[in-house]
Design a protein. Structure first.
Length: 340
């Protein structure tokens, strides 16, 4: 009985969240343009990447999210250009969202090792739903306990909404510190399927930053000679606010070349003083000299929903930087921030 109650509660949360909030990725630092438009071209070279998230897989209904992006930095123009495709699908309401955007950033040198990036993303935001399964409250005959008509009969709106959108951000970094701010959905695209409703997507604000500490290097034996093994510790945060909802990620990642080991906490009291300790997140990554970086994370749900009921969340990230041998590592380390 209690399991069924939590299942209904979880599905309600999914429906409510897809109406009011963007998808939150645990590996936000591995999803640069989605985090901050100013990170377009932040690798200093040409980069492509994909991210995939499976939320609460133990439930009967699926909740899938993904992004794909590519960007390039031009030293001549101190500029980065790129594009990003993001989407999410939720099977309980048969709804999906898509966002296709073009991004641009400009890098301003403030000192020998101090830089400020400013970026924008122009996009098309769309939402789709299968109204054949929708039953409105006006179709319920409470006295007789029956449904009047068939699912979908009571809806007269458009099952597909589409609108232009705009996002922007700033990102500062030096050899150890980084700090960024971003604002998404500045045009507040319409998200209601009812023509009489003026419900619009709330602006998502984000502040993120951190510091990296270089540790004593180790030695790697590659059968021919010994090379220095980079070792470092990074502490970081990512605060997000969208409408009435807010969330904070705090964590640390150790880099023992070529391995990345991370641990994160997600949670923050809401404006209604309700506890929001959501997850503890474990991260395992592998950064190869070829320019390929692979990341996997798992969310251990610590809210009342629980990991046993929800199944937690699986997330995979892949990134590839096009560069000659060893150059990808050199350029990705220009930003001391979890391999942005």
């Amino acid at each position: 009985m209690m399991r069924g109650v939590w299942l209904i509660f979880a599905l309600w949360l999914i429906v409510f969240a897809t109406k009011a909030q963007d998808i939150q990725y645990s590996q936000f630092y591995a999803n640069p343009i989605y985090l901050n438009p100013a990170l377009t071209g932040s690798s200093g070279l040409t980069r492509v990447g994909v991210n995939f998230r499976n939320q609460w897989p133990a439930l009967d209904q699926s909740f899938i999210a993904y992004t794909a992006y590519a960007d390039h930095f031009s030293e001549k123009y101190n500029s980065g250009i790129g594009f990003i495709v993001s989407g999410a699908r939720e099977s309980f309401t048969e709804s999906s969202t898509y966002d296709l955007g073009l991004s641009y950033s400009y890098r301003l040198r403030l000192g020998e090792n101090n830089f400020l990036h400013a970026g924008i993303v122009g996009s098309i935001y769309s939402r789709d739903v299968l109204f054949d399964q929708v039953i409105l409250g006006t179709q319920l005959d409470v006295d007789k306990g029956v449904i009047v008509g068939q699912p979908g009969d009571g809806f007269e709106g458009d099952s597909h909404v589409k609108a232009p959108d705009l996002s922007s951000g700033l990102f500062y970094y030096d050899t150890r510190f980084w700090l960024g701010i971003s604002a998404y959905h500045l045009l507040r695209p319409q998200i209601s399927y009812l023509e009489s409703d003026s419900n619009k997507l709330a602006i998502k604000y984000s502040a993120h930053g951190g510091v990296r500490f270089d540790l004593a290097p180790g030695r790697i034996n590659d059968f021919f000679n010994n090379t220095d093994q980079e070792r470092s510790l990074a502490l970081a945060f990512n605060y997000k606010k969208q409408g009435a909802f807010s969330q904070l990620d705090l964590g640390a990642e150790f880099y023992f070349e070529p391995l990345v080991l991370g641990f994160w906490y997600r949670g923050l009291p809401t404006k209604y003083n309700l506890p929001n300790s959501e997850s503890l997140i474990a991260v395992l990554g592998l950064e190869l000299e070829s320019g390929l970086t692979i990341g996997y994370s798992y969310d251990f749900v610590i809210s009342k929903l629980g990991t046993n009921v929800s199944g937690g969340a699986h997330e995979i990230s892949l990134k590839y930087i096009f560069a000659p041998k060893n150059r990808a590592k050199i350029y990705s380390n220009k930003l001391p921030s979890f391999r942005y």
